[in-house]
Design a protein. Structure first.
Length: 275
């Protein structure tokens, strides 16, 4: 899907980050677009160009961190949903790259630092809240999917929920925020009942259907995070026994990012299973 300047988060971030920039200035959307095409070197180059032109904008640092996360997940073959015995054996021989880890945590720290600076001047700063929600989600995913530290990742799930809820209160059209609130709702909804008494997230009841509906908003009308919402929702649809909906989302994503080999591979597998 095209990363067009729709109403919501993209309009907000573009206006706040690039108010004094010329039309030919680097655009953060370009870095996100390359990221979702799995052009990781291109995404990093675009992100660094954007940071050089907008050093105090947290979004550039956030997309830089996202590129490190996705490239590492891709290298570790941790993005595909089906897991075979052979795949598990192959994964054991792959270790997280310490250099990539260092670059990732530096990038999210830079994103947080610039966002908190903006938030200190204005507690309702939409760009700051959006960037903090994104960086919290990235930290959540790195800890859970790469470091396998599920308990530590919960703190960042709560942070992403908090910043997203605050952002939606300030700007109801910031539909990217529903990626994080929907994830939290669906995740808690899959916990056994007794665990819901232990794991508490403010504003989250564990309503799986509500979680899917919020993710659908992000996947339908989000902006910068729309493709990621589509990927996540497609995975959840498979879990819920809705392969046709998963195929629909992945097909739309592949139309806009034909170089994304992971999406292409997953789509082919789903179509073979449905034949």
């Amino acid at each position: 899907m095209k990363l067009l300047p729709a109403l919501g988060l993209l309009l907000v971030t573009s206006a706040l980050c690039l108010a004094s920039s010329r039309p030919e200035s680097p655009r953060v959307e370009d870095a996100f677009h390359r990221l979702y095409s799995f052009d990781f070197p291109g995404a990093e180059s675009a992100a660094r160009r954007y940071i050089a032109a907008n050093p105090n904008c947290p979004l550039g640092h956030a997309v830089l961190a996202a590129g490190f996360l996705f490239s590492e997940l891709n290298r570790l073959d941790a993005l595909s949903s089906p897991i075979s015995e052979e795949k598990v054996k192959n994964r054991k021989s792959l270790k997280p790259d310490p250099a990539v880890r260092a670059r990732f945590w530096l990038a999210v720290a830079d994103a947080d630092r610039h966002a908190q600076s903006l938030l200190a001047a204005d507690p309702n700063h939409r760009l700051a809240l959006a960037a903090l929600a994104i960086s919290s989600g990235l930290k959540r995913d790195y800890l859970a999917l790469i470091d396998k530290k599920l308990r530590q990742s919960m703190d960042h799930i709560k942070a992403a929920q908090l910043y997203s809820t605050r952002l939606l209160a300030v700007d109801p059209l910031a539909h990217d925020a529903y990626l994080h609130t929907g994830f939290s709702e669906y995740l808690i909804g899959n916990f056994p009942f007794f665990l819901r008494w232990v794991v508490k997230i403010d504003g989250v009841t564990g309503d799986k259907q509500k979680g899917l509906e919020q993710l659908e908003i992000a996947a339908r009308s989000g902006s910068l995070m729309k493709p990621f919402a589509q990927l996540l929702l497609a995975s959840f649809y498979q879990r819920e026994g809705r392969p046709r909906d998963s195929v629909r989302l992945l097909s739309a994503l592949l139309d806009e990012h034909p170089a994304n080999h992971v999406v292409r591979r997953e789509l082919e597998k789903l179509r073979q299973l449905s034949d």
